[in-house]
Ligand binder design. Structure first.
Ligand code: ADP
Ligand code: MG
Length: 392
């Protein structure tokens, strides 16, 4: 069901509480990657242009009593201020007197950033009291935090459940839902899915769904090892999930030709970038060695299947791309997608990181900003943060 967007409500002069995903990496007290902040700018700029009173809230990391001061929102506010070219007031509470006072003083076109929502223990518990206090700050609620939409927390779900204020999606949320939703519900064909990453057990739901929807499902990454083992091969020291062998057998038996496994692999004598490495046909792996990437023949085979694809959905790196000697398969697939005349969509946190490492994020149709949320969406699960929003 389509959801109302920020364009469907009147926000002029209204207090608009926006749940953003500012869960950014910090190093030495500074934001080390601001892509999530930049991804929220279209919604923030639109609301400011519309003369709303904009109140932003996000979680940041996993605060505990010990690390709390290192997870304050202040550095995020500073970076946002630089990106917007205007001052941003960052409060040191999520709710409370200082927040109520600051909100009461807001004028049209003002911008406030609340403290880390997880400083309130009620956030993750979806505590109704916290949700009501947050809702009391606002006339309109906007959720632009796709990356947190798979969590039913006070800032993503409770605030809507505990109030009658309009609840709509922001532009980033809308873009994510459109891109991922379109790929799954109405793909131009051939529709090719690429599945990799560490484990089958993380991805069984996604694999099942893609095997029904896609024309081909190309496998890579650590998950291929469990399929190899299910076929009876010795994978030696490769990452493998014995407990997922029955699932792998079931998938192999039911998927037929749709499921395509690597034909060659890069193996290493240690889990290290400096390890000895060899390329060999998929099959029994010598004792003491492990599979860390797909091989060049597999890349070619996958390229020829991808050549006439009209929709490609990719989740999960093809190898241990964090080590440069085992990143070739992943980067080759990323480059192939970048050159295709097709809708190319990437989900999953590590996959997005790999595409960014390859410098190709802007060459694909859509790279999801939501790791866990994109996986649950691909599985067909209802995201509580989306379900809570008003229907269009
Ligand atoms: P995503 O976050 O995109 O959903 P995953 O979390 O499922 O992806 O998988 C990413 C991880 O899988 C990466 O850290 C990568 O190093 C690892 N990986 C890929 N191939 C292998 C392999 N052959 N052996 C061990 N780990 C692998
Ligand atoms: Mg991951």
């Amino acid at each position: 069901m389509a959801k109302k967007s920020v364009k469907d409500v009147d926000v002029r002069d209204k207090r608009v509480l926006v749940r953003v995903d500012f869960n950014v990496p910090l190093s030495n007290g500074k934001v080390s990657d601001d892509s999530r902040i930049r991804a929220a700018l279209p919604t923030i700029n639109y609301l400011l242009d519309q003369e709303a009173k904009v109140i932003l809230v996000s979680h940041l990391g996993r605060p505990t009593a010990e690390n709390r001061d290192s997870l304050r929102m202040a550095p995020v506010g500073e970076r946002l201020s630089k990106l917007l070219g205007r001052p941003v007031t960052t409060l040191s509470e999520v709710v409370g007197d200082s927040v109520t006072e600051a909100v009461d003083k807001m004028k049209a076109g003002d911008l406030l950033l609340l403290e880390n929502s997880r400083f309130e223990s009620g956030e993750k518990k979806n505590d109704p009291t916290l949700a009501k206090r947050l809702a009391a700050l606002a006339d309109v609620y906007v959720n632009d935090a796709f990356g947190s939409a798979h969590r039913a927390h006070a800032t993503t779900a409770g605030i809507v459940e505990q109030s009658d204020i309009p609840a709509v999606s922001g532009f980033l949320m809308q873009k994510e839902l459109d891109a991922l939703g379109e790929a799954l519900s109405n793909p131009d064909r051939p529709f090719v899915a690429i599945q990799g990453g560490a484990k089958i057990s993380d991805k069984v739901g996604v694999l099942d769904r893609l095997l029904t929807l896609a024309d081909h499902v190309l496998i890579g990454g650590g998950m291929a090892n469990t399929f190899f083992k299910a076929q009876g091969y010795d994978v030696a020291d490769s990452l493998v999930e014995d407990e997922a062998l029955p699932e792998a057998e079931r998938l192999l038996a039911s998927a037929g030709d749709k499921l395509v496994l690597p034909i060659d692999v890069v193996v290493a004598d240690d889990f290290s970038n400096e390890a000895q490495r060899r390329t060999m046909a998929a099959g029994d792996i010598p004792a003491g060695w492990r599979i860390l990437d797909i091989g060049p023949h597999t890349v070619e085979a996958y390229q020829s299947i991808l050549a006439d694809a009209k929709t490609v959905l990719w989740n999960g790196p093809m190898g241990v791309f964090e080590m440069s000697n085992f990143a070739k398969g992943t980067f080759a697939i990323a480059e192939t997608l970048a050159e295709l005349d097709a809708t190319t969509v990437v989900g999953g946190g590590d996959s997005a990181a790999a595409v960014a490492d390859a410098g190709l994020t802007d060459d694909l149709t859509h790279v999801s900003t939501g790791g866990g949320a994109s996986m649950e969406f691909l599985e067909g699960k209802t995201l509580p943060g989306v379900a809570a929003l008003d229907d269009a």
